[in-house]
Design a protein around this ligand. Structure first.
Ligand code: MN
Length: 308
């Protein structure tokens, strides 16, 4: 299907010109017409090490003008999402400068507004702490969700502080997660307490084929309502140096993409991609190029789930 300028904004611009919406989907807040909304959350006060993920949404949008330019869709997906669904770029929420608590409130409220109008939400971070208010909103609508979590870290540290290393502990404590169907993928940092969540550590993952990893995730998740969260530091710092807490010994972008593609058809109700801090890229926006591509893959997974 040729691109429809009702669905896509300024797609005819060259990659280096025109408005920077995510993958050239139209900037809009008209939720009545949208199936999927992309939401930027430029918040990084939850970081425990290097800040800078507030520049993540803009960097992803900028690099996605290239990944989103093909009318045939994002390779190797063999169609364009716009053939099936109306995707909008909802813009950023940013009404919280100097008031972290306000971010939690505004993000949960905005997410609820989006998903209560039967629009699926894909959020771009920002640091990983944003997943907590996102989960709260999704659970209010769907009940506890299975978590498919790509990351070098479990983010389940038993700690009453609220930051980007503890939010899934709080999510567990608040009863937001369907633990039996949840899984961490790619961990390579100490994890003294697994809270009952299945783990594929990075060394084990390195011995597996992407299809085997996907299969293991599918077996764990089954048909549960699932939230997908992707910390860019899942990737090796060779592919994603521009992030807050990089950990060596991770997978390639290709491995990540193949694993994601192998999850098509799972019952995803929402997702996010977080922790791109472009200032730490040595050159060429390498982390945001990976993030824009993987973010595109996640949009396809959400679109596939809507078509179930
Ligand atoms: Mn991480």
């Amino acid at each position: 299907m040729p691109r429809d300028n009702e669905l896509l904004d300024n797609w005819w611009d060259e990659a280096y010109s025109g408005p920077m919406s995510f993958m050239r989907f139209k900037f809009s807040q008209d939720l009545d017409k949208a199936d999927i909304a992309v939401l930027g959350v430029p918040y990084d006060l939850g970081t425990t090490n290097r800040p800078g993920a507030r520049f993540g949404p803009r960097a992803m949008r900028e690099q996605s003008t290239l990944t989103g330019e093909f009318e045939y869709g994002l390779w190797p997906w063999d169609y364009h999402i716009a053939e099936h669904h109306t995707v909008i770029d909802y813009g950023d929420i940013c009404e919280f400068v100097g008031y972290p608590e306000r971010m939690v409130e505004v993000l949960e409220k905005t997410t609820s507004k989006i998903i209560d109008s039967d629009t699926v939400c894909f959020a771009m971070g920002g640091d990983h702490f944003i997943s907590l208010p996102l989960l709260r909103a999704h659970v209010k609508k769907h009940g506890p969700v299975a978590l498919v979590h790509f990351d070098a870290h479990s983010d389940t540290w038993v700690d009453e502080d609220y930051n980007h290393g503890t939010m899934f502990y709080h999510a567990i404590k608040e009863g937001l997660l369907d633990i039996e169907h949840s899984i961490h993928v790619g961990l390579r940092t100490p994890n003294p307490e697994n809270h009952g969540i299945e783990i594929i550590f990075a060394d084990e993952l390195d011995e597996m084929k992407a299809s085997e990893v996907s299969e293991r995730i599918r077996n764990r998740v089954g048909d549960a309502k699932t939230y997908l969260t992707f910390d860019i530091d899942f990737l090796d710092p060779a592919y994603a140096p521009g992030t807050g807490t990089p950990v060596s010994g991770g997978p390639t972008v290709m491995m990540g993409r193949k694993i994601l593609k192998g999850l098509a058809g799972l019952n995803f109700v929402g997702g996010d991609l977080v922790e791109i801090a472009p200032a730490y890229d040595p050159i060429g926006n390498v982390t945001a190029v990976a993030g824009a591509t993987l973010g595109g893959d996640i949009l396809y997974l959400l679109s596939e789930a809507l078509r179930r």
